[in-house]
Design a binder for this molecule. Structure first.
Ligand SMILES: NC(=O)c1ccc[n+]([C@@H]2O[C@H](COP(=O)([O-])OP(=O)(O)OC[C@H]3O[C@@H](n4cnc5c(N)ncnc54)[C@H](OP(=O)(O)O)[C@@H]3O)[C@@H](O)[C@H]2O)c1
Length: 333
């Protein structure tokens, strides 16, 4: 079978399409004939050896897949060959076959396409956990989402709107803000590229306060970090919740903690992968809920680009170049 392998840490252009032996399911595992693999920012970090989890070289990146169960290992009772499934795997999705733990697979309704099924678990799973379990977002609250047209960002916009929040989207271009508005944001703002001058940081805080009626954000969803974090924290409402999601803009920010004191606000860490490992039943229930909402058309995960396995490197490059709107997917056919 074919796999797009990272053989040495480096840029996506260095990956190579290679023939490797077919996979065998171990106890509790299934082999999935991959139809589609969703691309996430951690894929870009993993091939550069910048992610907190390492995969031994050589490896195929790709942490979430959808396809058909080819073979179930010993002790697997919930799945059989032929089932349509989606699953998270740490890596291995840029390949015609992938190994998944059976307990991390969910059934995919026939009405949901493989490319959509391969691209919602990580982003919508993260954002649902963040908004529901970590921020306790309430209907009517003001939710500000940075990086709002990216994978986790657009999921936060859609879920926030579904949960009844007043969603305000921040992104780097007017096109991205318009995309977030088409997915449920009521208002939006464009922010400049890093590094931000002190004046630009002040203007960003003021813009968020203005768009939240002077009160500030009840919940702020931050997958970008870097110079955006401190001005965003300065624009929190009293007893707001600032969600630390990731640092796509580059640097891990250092923020003055007196801001949390002055606003009586929480700075809340979100780590969906570990949360799901610690509470697999809760995570499974969340994913089933998300799949139901997608099947009912209440959530509409947007796949804006698909690439063949041969061009999978271009999919990662799109994320690294900040070009993606919603999700980018690698398909096997
Ligand atoms: N905490 C968790 O459990 C968890 C789970 C999944 C992902 N994450 C993290 O969330 C972040 C976003 O992941 P994703 O898969 O949604 O990525 P994505 O689809 O590439 O979106 C990232 C967004 O970040 C913004 N960005 C700002 N500076 C950037 C830069 N220099 N390069 C690339 N993007 C930049 C871009 O929006 P603008 O151009 O509009 O700024 C982009 O839309 C990553 O840091 C990832 O590791 C965390």
């Amino acid at each position: 079978m074919k796999a797009m392998l990272c053989e040495a840490y480096g840029p996506p252009e260095d990956m190579r399409l290679t023939d490797i032996p077919p996979l065998k399911a171990g106890p509790g595992q299934v082999v999935i004939s991959v139809k589609a693999c969703g691309v996430n920012f951690p894929d870009a970090l993993m091939i550069q050896d910048k992610y907190q989890f390492k995969s031994a070289l050589p490896f195929a990146p790709g942490g979430e897949v959808a396809g058909i169960v080819k073979e179930a290992g010993d002790g697997v009772h919930n799945l059989k060959a032929g089932d349509r499934v989606a699953a998270t795997i740490r890596s291995g999705g840029f390949a015609e076959e992938a190994l998944a733990e059976a307990q991390r697979c969910i059934h995919v309704p026939k009405s949901v396409d493989y490319d959509v099924a391969s691209s919602f678990i990580v982003t919508y799973g993260t954002s649902y956990h963040a908004l529901k379990d970590r921020a306790h977002l309430k209907s009517g609250e003001k939710l500000v989402v940075l990086g709002a047209a990216g994978g986790v960002g657009i999921a936060a916009v859609e879920l926030g709107a579904l949960m009844g929040a007043h969603v305000i989207a921040g992104a780097s271009t007017p096109e991205k803000v318009a995309f977030a508005k088409a997915h449920g944001a009521i208002d939006g703002f464009v922010y400049p590229p890093v590094p931000l001058s002190k004046d630009q940081q002040k203007a960003l805080s003021e813009e968020i306060k203005r768009l939240t009626g002077g009160e500030g954000a009840d919940v702020l969803y931050d997958p970008v970090g870097d110079d955006y974090a401190e001005p965003a924290l300065r624009a929190m409402a009293w007893q707001g919740r600032y969600l630390v999601i990731g640092f796509a803009a580059g640097a891990i920010p250092r923020v003055p903690l007196n801001l949390a004191l002055l606003k009586g606000c929480d700075i809340v860490g979100v780590f969906w992968g570990v949360a799901t490992a610690r509470n697999p039943k809760g995570a499974f229930a969340d994913l089933e809920q998300l799949a139901r909402w997608i099947a009912e058309g209440k959530l509409k995960p947007q796949v804006s680009e698909t690439f063949s396995l041969q061009h999978a490197g271009r999919a990662i490059r799109m994320l690294m170049d900040r070009k993606a709107l919603g999700k980018v997917v690698v398909t096997m056919e």
